[in-house]
Ligand binder design. Structure first.
Ligand SMILES: [Mn+2]
Length: 334
């Protein structure tokens, strides 16, 4: 079935005739706004049959390691459900390969902050920018004629990934929701890429914050690494204040307009690496930076990892860990 984003792209394509004069076309380009992502999806199992759940952290184009990890966990189609916590693409060597493999196995995915610009770029390229050569788009970029400030043709990978994807890949990615609620017997969990704001109900969350937050600072959710406290610490503090639900009564979608707290499975925070706490399960184990790609498996909360080469070249996460050791007075401190 065509997604809302895909349908909107088709509509705007039809509305852009080739004979449009240049000035009108430019303003269409600059004013383009991509379809909003779906904030929330309640997942169900086909035929109501529960499966083993395999949650995998930020893959970032590491398709070889993704396939290896599926082998290592003995992924079995029909018996297992793979869930990706976002950022399938960018930084690593084979973003489109990751998307294809995810499609092939029917993975459930949430939208990460690197998936989001790829989806917006592709909608733009299918719509008002259809048929425009790269050189023309580059001159638009230098004259501030592109619709989003994060549209960087040379400095960021999202444009090339968006161009390389097949229409089916794009349709698959446009359906990634920002928040995913899991069916019974896993309904105590929700899945997001970045985090959740402890001051808001699940259906009241701001999508950009959910995709990007690491901390809660004085002005609320923040993606900055050194501002405020980890969102998961505030989340845990709030969870502890609440009466815990008895039994496993089914949660319906409308319940999420008042429900504030669930256990959360997420990614995004390579600086803190694997971060498995009672109420939150952080799965970004720095795959693309020469760390590991990790699968977190339910039931049982077991973990399996594969090691990865450093494809990105940066070592931001390690710097952070070194700093933390310095504070603790380790012998290795400078
Ligand atoms: Mn991310």
């Amino acid at each position: 079935m065509a997604s809302a984003a895909h349908k909107a792209a088709e509509r705007s394509t039809k509305g852009t005739s080739k004979g449009l004069n240049r000035r009108a076309a430019d303003s269409t380009l600059k004013d383009f706004k991509a379809t909003d992502p779906t904030l929330f999806v309640q997942k169900e199992f086909t035929n109501g049959t529960a499966k083993r759940m395999i949650f995998i952290g930020d893959i970032h184009g590491c398709s070889k390691e993704f396939k290896q990890l599926l082998e290592d966990v003995k992924y079995t189609p029909g018996e297992d459900q793979v869930v990706l916590v976002g950022d399938l693409v960018a930084k690593g060597p084979d973003s489109v390969g990751v998307v294809r493999k995810a499609r092939e196995i029917g993975a459930w995915c949430v939208r990460g902050n690197h998936d989001d610009p790829v989806i917006r770029w592709r909608e733009f390229l299918n719509g008002p920018a259809q048929g425009m050569p790269k050189t023309e788009l580059q001159s638009l970029e230098s004259s501030d004629g592109l619709p989003y400030s994060d549209f960087k043709i040379t400095d960021k990978p999202h444009f090339e990934i968006a161009r390389e994807m097949s229409p089916g890949d794009f349709e698959f990615m446009s359906e990634f929701s920002v928040i995913m609620a899991l069916p019974n017997p896993y309904s105590e969990f929700v899945v997001v890429h970045g985090g959740l704001d402890p001051s808001k109900a699940i259906l009241e969350q701001n999508p950009d914050d959910v995709m990007t937050m690491r901390n809660i600072g004085p002005n609320g959710p923040s993606s900055e690494k050194d501002e405020g406290d980890g969102w998961f610490d505030l989340w845990a503090a709030k969870m502890k204040e609440l009466p815990q639900p008895s039994g496993d009564a089914e949660t319906t979608e409308s319940d999420y307009s008042t429900i504030q707290f669930k256990k959360v499975i997420y990614g995004h925070d390579a600086g803190r690496a694997l971060n498995i706490l009672e109420y939150t399960k952080g799965l970004d184990s720095r795959c693309v930076y020469g760390g590991e790609l990790t699968a977190f498996i339910l039931p049982g909360e077991t973990m399996v990892s594969v090691t990865c080469p450093n494809y990105d070249g940066e070592d931001v996460a390690n710097d952070r860990r070194r700093r933390r050791r310095d504070h603790s007075g380790s012998k290795h401190a400078k």
